[in-house]
Ligand binder design. Structure first.
Ligand code: ATP
Length: 293
C-alpha cells in the first residue's frame, strides 16, 4: 500500500532516469524484466527518525563497473542543518541524492540516517522520511488544489491554503480563471518551471518530511521567480535537515556546509566564507559566477 504513496515527485526522478537511459522500446522491456536494482533486506526494520541526521561514510558508486562515478564520499549533515552540494555538471550531485533515496545502492560504504544504514530499513519508511523538490515536477491532470494536496492526501483545505501561502503561490493562484480549482497538467493549464517547482515546495510543506532534498533548477529563472522560490524554500527548510543541489552559488551562501564535488570526490567542504578563504575550486567557481552575473 505504501508503494502507492511513493512521492509523486520521485516519479520525476524515475522519468528522467528512464528517459536518459532508454534508447528504444526493446531496451525498456529489457529493463523491466531485469532484477530490481534495490531490494529490501528480509523483515526490514522501519526507519526510526530521531532528529534527521544524515551521513555518507566512504560511499563509492558506479552505474557501469568501468566508470566510477562516486569515489569514497564522506560527509555528514547534522540535524536541522542545510548542506549544499555543488560541482560541475556530471560531478555526481544527482547521483548522491539517488543513493540517499535508494534508487540505487552504493557499491561500497554506507549511508545512514540517524545512525541506521538505509540499506537495512524498509524502502517505504525511508522514502516517507525524505521530501524531494525536483527540478521538474510531475503534475496530474487535476486541479492545482489536488496537485498540492497530494503532498498529504488528508490535509484540510486550510492546511493546503497555508502551504500555498508559504510556497509563494497565492498571487499566481488568485489570477487563475477558477482559482485553485483550475485544472493543470498535460490537458490543463501549463505551468512554468518556477511555478511547478513552487507546487513541489507546497507539497513538501504539507508532507513535512524530516529530511528534504532540493534540486535547484539549472535553467535560469527570472529573478522574481528565483526570489520567490528561495523564500519559499527558506520556509520549508527551517528546522529540517536539508540537502540542496545548487547550481547558482549565490543561492547557498547561508548553507551550514557546502560540499564541493569534483569528478566524484569531495574536493572541498566548508562554509561559504571558509571556502572563499581557502582560495580553491569553490572560490574560482564563485569568481566566475560573479563575473557572469
Ligand atoms: P548536473 O549538474 O549536470 O545535473 P550531476 O553532478 O548531477 O550533473 P550526475 O547526474 O550525478 O551529475 O551524473 C554523474 C555522472 O553519471 C555523469 O557522467 C552521468 O553521465 C552519469 N550518469 C548519470 N545517470 C546515469 C545512468 N542512469 N546511467 C549511466 N550513467 C549515468
Amino acid at each position: 500500500m505504501m508503494q502507492l504513496f511513493m512521492p509523486l515527485n520521485f516519479l520525476g526522478f524515475v522519468y528522467r532516469e528512464m528517459k536518459g537511459s532508454l534508447a528504444n522500446i526493446d531496451e525498456m522491456f529489457g529493463l523491466l524484466t531485469k532484477q530490481p536494482k534495490v531490494v529490501e533486506v528480509e523483515q526490514a526494520a522501519t526507519l526510526n527518525i530521531i532528529d534527521g541526521a544524515v551521513s555518507f561514510n566512504d560511499v563509492s558508486f558506479h552505474y557501469h563497473p568501468d566508470r566510477p562515478i562516486l569515489k569514497g564520499i564522506s560527509f555528514s549533515v547534522a540535524p536541522g542543518q542545510k548542506v549544499a552540494v555543488v560541482g560541475e555538471s556530471g560531478a555526481g550531485k544527482s547521483t548522491l541524492m539517488k543513493l540517499l533515496f535508494r534508487f540505487y545502492d552504493a557499491n561500497s560504504g554506507e549511508i545512514c540516517i540517524d545512525e541506521q544504514p538505509i540499506a537495512k530499513v524498509s524502502l517505504a519508511s525511508l522514502r516517507a522520511a525524505i521530501g524531494i523538490v525536483p527540478q521538474d515536477t510531475v503534475l496530474f491532470n487535476d486541479s492545482i488544489l489536488e496537485n498540492i494536496r497530494y503532498g498529504r492526501p488528508d490535509a484540510s483545505d486550510e492546511e493546503v491554503a497555508e502551504a500555498i501561502k508559504l510556497a509563494h503561490l497565492s498571487t499566481f493562484i488568485a489570477q487563475l480563471p477558477q482559482g485553485w480549482d483550475t485544472t493543470v497538467g498535460e490537458r490543463g493549464l501549463k505551468l512554468s518551471g518556477g511555478e511547478k517547482q513552487r507546487v513541489a515546495i507546497a507539497r513538501t510543506i504539507l508532507k513535512r518530511p524530516p529530511i528534504l532534498v532540493f534540486d535547484e533548477a539549472t535553467s535560469s529563472l527570472d529573478s522574481q521567480s528565483e526570489q520567490a522560490i528561495l523564500s519559499a524554500m527558506a520556509n520549508v527548510t527551517k528546522g529540517h535537515t536539508s540537502l540542496v543541489i545548487a547550481h547558482r552559488l549565490s543561492t547557498i551562501q547561508d548553507a551550514d556546509k557546502i560540499i564541493v564535488l569534483q569528478q566524484g570526490e569531495v574536493a572541498e567542504q566548508g562554509t561559504h566564507q571558509q571556502l572563499l578563504a581557502a582560495n580553491g575550486i569553490y572560490s574560482r567557481m564563485w569568481q566566475i559566477q560573479q563575473q557572469e552575473e
